[in-house]
Every structure is written in structure tokens, then in C-alpha cells.
Design a protein around this ligand. Structure first.
Ligand SMILES: C[S@@+](CC[C@H](N)C(=O)[O-])C[C@H]1O[C@@H](n2cnc3c(N)ncnc32)[C@H](O)[C@@H]1O
Length: 276
């Protein structure tokens, strides 16, 4: 089986739309009239969720009408945030067919179907014209992609000169074996973490200038403390959360990731760069 097939299978759930809409109904929400905030606990599949997206967006200098590419758009929450809050027109691309279907459905239910659209495809073979986008971002996707040189060359190709590209990925920290499963992979066969310095040189080789880099480890550790305290206080997870997306081994995936974060073996890192 190809790595891309394994990755799409890892993320596929089978009944995600029903699961999410069922939880929303149980919370008293009308699934036909949702807001982006209603969905934020479940549709942003990266450390820090909406809070982290807002911080990435603040460094991207986005403005109304900008055309953005979301690489590995998942359930589409970040694209709906850029569309709804910043007036951008966002196209998401993702390997996992079920995520693409749910993302388009949630965009319709939030009234954002015109400005946030999603299609199935590979980040390694972007089906867009040269210089089609003003900016691009990629949130927690590079962990599944070994050939980052091809990935970044493709992103550079579809960006206009000076176009911004924001990356927020789980990267390799100190030496040490990772424990599996983690939220992005069941085994090491589809996990391709590399250190921030490798991202930097691969991005530069692809034609980007690095504007900023930030290690988000402290933010992540503090966030997981907060989540643990909230879960303990409530006696369980909230009705709507990423546990619905990650499935039965959610506790193991989270425990492994948090342990490796604390050991310093993984380092969630942001990189903001511009096409030269
Ligand atoms: C951890 S999720 C993050 C989703 C989204 N960026 C977010 O932050 O909510 C990783 C996503 O990357 C997608 N992905 C992984 N490898 C990919 C590839 N080669 N091309 C396109 N999408 C990919 C997966 O299908 C999955 O939806």
C-alpha cells in the first residue's frame, strides 16, 4: 500500500459527518445554522486549534479578497476561519476523501460555501496553475510527507512572487524514538518528522525567504495542562472535540504525543516565509 493510501486510511473515520452533527444536536445546536465558532472544538486538527490558527493568521498579513491555498485542509476549520473572519477566498486540498466531503458540507452549513471550498488531491501534485494564489498555509501536515522538497517546490510554483507561506507542523526535536500511535500516524511507516533546520533549508532551496520561526513547545505543554484540568473537572471530554475525530485510540495517541512533547523529542514549530 502506498504511503498516501495509508495516510488517508489513518484519517478516515467512516461516519464522521453523523458523529459531529449528532454531538452538535445533543448540545442544542441546529445543524442547518452553524457558526464557525460552533465547530471550532472539532474542525481544527492541530495543537492549539483555533487559538493557534489565529496566531498563524496574525503573522500572514492577510486581507479581504486574498486567494489562499490550505494544504492538507482536513475538516476545513482553518479555511472557514480565514474566509469568515478575514474575507479571504480559500481553496483546501486534502488526501482524505471523507474529510473533503465533511469540510464542504460544514462550509455549506456555516454559509461559507462560496468562499471556502475543498477538493481531494495530493499536496505533492497540486492541481493548480502557476502563481494562482496570494498565500498558502499548512497546519500539521508535513509530518505525513517524506518528500518535503517536492512539496515546497509545488507550493512555490502556485504562489505569486512575495506570496506568504505559513507552516505550523510537529517537527523533530531532541534525539529519541517516538512512541506510536500518535494523532498523525499509527506507526513510523507514515511519520516523517524532520527538524526545523531541515525545513528552513528545504524552504530556502524551493525559493522562499524565511521571515520568522517560532518553537511552540511551551504553548503546547501549557495548553495540554489546561485541557487535562478541564477534562478532570468536567469528569470527561467535552461533547464536541477531537476525540470524535481520532477514534477509539484517542487516549493513547494523545498520551504518546504529550509524553514526547515533554521529553523534547517533538517540537511544534511555526515558520513564516515569503516566495522570492
Ligand atoms: C493532522 S490533520 C490536519 C488537518 C488540518 N490542516 C487542520 O489543521 O485541521 C493532517 C491532514 O493532512 C492531510 N494530508 C496528509 N498528507 C497529505 C498529502 N500528501 N496531501 C494532501 N493532504 C495530506 C490528511 O489527510 C489530514 O487531513
Amino acid at each position: 500500500m502506498s504511503v498516501e493510501h495509508t495516510v488517508a486510511q489513518h484519517y478516515s473515520h467512516g461516519a464522521l459527518a453523523d458523529t459531529i452533527l449528532g454531538a452538535l444536536r445533543a448540545m442544542g445546536k441546529d445543524p442547518e445554522r452553524l457558526t464557525a465558532s460552533d465547530l471550532a472544538p472539532v474542525d481544527e486538527f492541530h495543537i492549539g486549534g483555533r487559538e493557534a490558527t489565529i496566531e498563524v493568521a496574525a503573522q500572514m498579513d492577510v486581507s479581504r479578497g486574498m486567494r489562499l491555498l490550505d494544504i492538507g485542509s482536513g475538516l476545513g476549520g482553518a479555511a472557514r476561519y480565514f474566509a469568515g473572519e478575514h474575507g479571504c477566498r480559500v481553496v483546501g486540498i486534502d488526501l482524505t476523501d471523507e474529510y473533503v466531503r465533511v469540510a464542504n458540507d460544514l462550509a455549506r452549513r456555516t454559509g461559507l460555501a462560496e468562499s471556502a471550498t475543498y477538493r481531494q488531491g495530493s499536496a505533492l501534485d497540486l492541481p493548480f496553475e502557476d502563481a494562482a494564489f496570494d498565500g498558502a498555509y499548512m497546519l500539521h501536515v508535513g509530518m505525513n510527507i517524506e518528500d518535503k522538497a517536492t512539496l515546497f517546490a509545488g507550493v512555490r510554483r502556485v504562489l505569486k512572487p512575495s506570496g506568504v507561506f505559513a507552516v505550523y507542523d510537529v517537527m523533530r526535536g531532541d534525539d529519541g524514538d517516538l512512541s506510536f500511535p500518535v494523532p498523525w500516524a499509527a506507526t513510523a511507516a507514515s511519520s516523517f518528522l524532520c527538524p526545523p533546520a531541515d525545513y528552513r533549508s528545504l524552504l530556502e532551496t524551493a525559493g522562499f525567504e524565511i521571515v520568522a520561526m517560532r518553537n511552540r513547545r511551551d504553548f503546547a505543554i501549557e495548553l495540554f495542562h489546561r485541557l487535562r484540568a478541564r477534562t478532570a473537572q468536567a469528569g470527561g471530554p467535552p461533547p464536541l472535540g477531537l476525540h470524535l475525530v481520532m477514534g477509539a485510540d484517542f487516549p493513547a495517541k494523545m498520551a504518546n504525543m504529550v509524553r514526547d512533547l515533554q521529553r523534547g523529542v517533538i517540537a511544534p514549530t511555526e515558520i513564516i516565509c515569503r516566495a522570492i
